[in-house]
Design a protein around this ligand. Structure first.
Ligand SMILES: NC(=O)c1ccc[n+]([C@@H]2O[C@H](COP(=O)([O-])OP(=O)(O)OC[C@H]3O[C@@H](n4cnc5c(N)ncnc54)[C@H](O)[C@@H]3O)[C@@H](O)[C@H]2O)c1
Length: 448
């Protein structure tokens, strides 16, 4: 009886596949009987595929979720006072307390012990830091290196681009190893692609000795270098600042010089590579602004002096100071009655930053309106360095302007800027630096 039952059951099982299999599923006909019913169920109607996709989505969420929450709960893990510090901590960057740097990152929240931006509870990580990424072309030079110091001290990330024509590694060596500082040896005559918020474009030899050395290269730097940097600014939406010069006024017929004055420049003289180069750079800057909507700023810089200037670059302050320290006669070109105004470098750097951060395109004169004849300057150098220093008159150079004095009314009004350091205050600071370097030079350490 039992056997009969088994046989009849077995026959019934054999019949199942034919009768139960749906007619539209030919694959299921091949092997359903050899597999458990649950697997058979899974293989039908692409259920397995749906389950796999579900698992994939679920696991990606669980993998990503912890890192997202770690990023968004930033400030508690590193420096609780600083909204940018946890990002710094994760990437191994130095932290910077905005209170120490005097910046407004928002309101201090004693509950969370952190800064809270005005009116916002929690800030998405991407826009949390006010820290900017900034390129400074010519950042290894005299002015550029001081500007870089200020930006780094403020808490920004700075990339210096320099071909070291007149710049020196010594000017920036103290920043090597700082994770917020990068140096790229590059000639601005060639294009470069970077992602930054602001571009300070300083790359250009500034002293007559240097810009006359290879005049074609000087004008190429001014025209192609400026084009490349403006093209970069346009492409990445960065704000661009051009360091132009009082030389755009040439040998001026207006005194003091206002920004509205169009200048009196010799287009074919030995200084034209610089003067006309900068005038063209200003033209390009305004055309990119008007034509392409690039945010631009133009500074017209008047004579600036301070530590880190090249020792023998032919600029009058560095010449007099080097000569007086070396106990050589100070070279006065012409009758020494031509006038210049001398601005200490930290005043200029403050003006450049105020211009970049402000809302006005310019051009703005940045200079110290205190006016000195060359002979008066020689007297101040004598007082500061060596009362027994002597003067030697030499024939004047071509196209040397007779007068130079900025009218800085516009900068005072729109940038709330004016120089603070007088020549008698600034000169001793420069002399200390020059003494050290000339001593090194004499000892054969080769610091030019
Ligand atoms: N110092 C002043 O009194 C003064 C006055 C007016 C204008 N400026 C302007 O300010 C800027 C800085 O002047 P500075 O006194 O520091 O001069 P600087 O010669 O010390 O610095 C210029 C820097 O640009 C670099 N450079 C030159 N050509 C380059 C190129 N093709 N590619 C990449 N880098 C290049 C040099 O190596 C140097 O580091 C210049 O644009 C200058 O025209 C300065």
């Amino acid at each position: 009886m039992k056997q009969l039952y088994k046989q009849s059951n077995a026959r019934r099982d054999e019949d199942i596949p034919v009768s139960d299999t749906p007619p539209y599923s030919p694959k299921a006909l091949k092997h359903p009987r050899n597999l458990p019913r649950s697997i058979n169920y899974l293989l039908k109607e692409q259920r397995l595929l749906f389950i796999l996709v579900g698992i994939l989505i679920g696991s990606s969420f669980f993998i990503l979720q912890p890192s997202l929450s770690r990023l968004s709960s930033t400030s508690s893990s590193a420096d609780p006072r600083n909204p940018i510090s946890s990002q710094s901590a994760e990437s191994g960057l130095a932290s910077h307390d905005p209170r120490e740097l005097g910046q407004n990152y928002g309101n201090w929240d004693s509950g969370t012990n952190g800064y809270r931006p005005n009116g916002v509870g929690r800030v998405p990580v991407g826009i949390q830091g006010k820290r900017k990424r900034i390129v400074v072309t010519g950042g290894a030079g005299f002015v550029g290196s001081h500007l870089v110091d200020k930006l780094i001290a403020r808490g920004d990330d700075v990339i210096v681009i320099d071909n070291f024509f007149t710049g020196r590694k010594e000017n920036i060596v103290h920043l090597f190893g700082n994770p917020r500082f990068e140096l790229i040896r590059h000639d601005v005559v060639e294009p470069i692609l970077l992602e930054v918020d602001q571009i300070y474009h300083l790359a250009c030899p500034a002293s007559p000795v240097h810009y006359k050395y290879n005049p074609v290269k000087t004008i190429k730097t001014n025209v192609m270098g400026t084009l490349n940097m403006l093209g970069l600014a346009k492409r990445i939406g960065a704000r661009f600042l051009l360091t132009s010069t009082s030389e755009v006024y040439g040998d001026p017929l207006e005194h003091p010089q206002k920004e509205t004055y169009w200048g009196h420049v010799n287009p074919i003289g030995v200084r034209s590579c610089y003067d006309e180069g900068k005038r063209t750079a200003e033209t390009l800057t305004m055309d990119y602004h008007r034509g392409d909507g690039v945010e631009v700023r133009i500074a017209r810089i008047f004579n600036t002096y301070g530590p880190r200037m090249c020792l023998d670059d032919g600029r009058v302050v560095s010449n007099f100071v080097s000569q007086a320290i070396r106990k050589q006669p100070m070279s006065v070109y012409g009758d020494g009655k031509q006038t210049r105004s001398f601005q200490y470098v930290s005043d200029l750097v403050d003006g450049l930053v105020a211009l970049m951060e402000g809302e006005h395109v310019g051009p703005f004169n940045l200079g110290n309106p205190g006016e000195f004849t060359m002979l008066e300057l020689a007297e101040v150098v004598k007082e500061t360095i060596d009362p027994s220093a002597t003067i030697e008159f030499r024939p004047n150079t071509a196209d040397d302007p007779h007068k130079r004095k900025p009218d800085i009314t516009k900068a005072k009004e729109y940038l709330n800027w004016e120089p603070k350091i007088s020549l008698r205050e600034g000169l001793p600071r420069m002399v200390t630096d020059f003494r050290k370097r000339i001593l090194n030079e004499d000892e054969g350490k080769g610091n030019k």
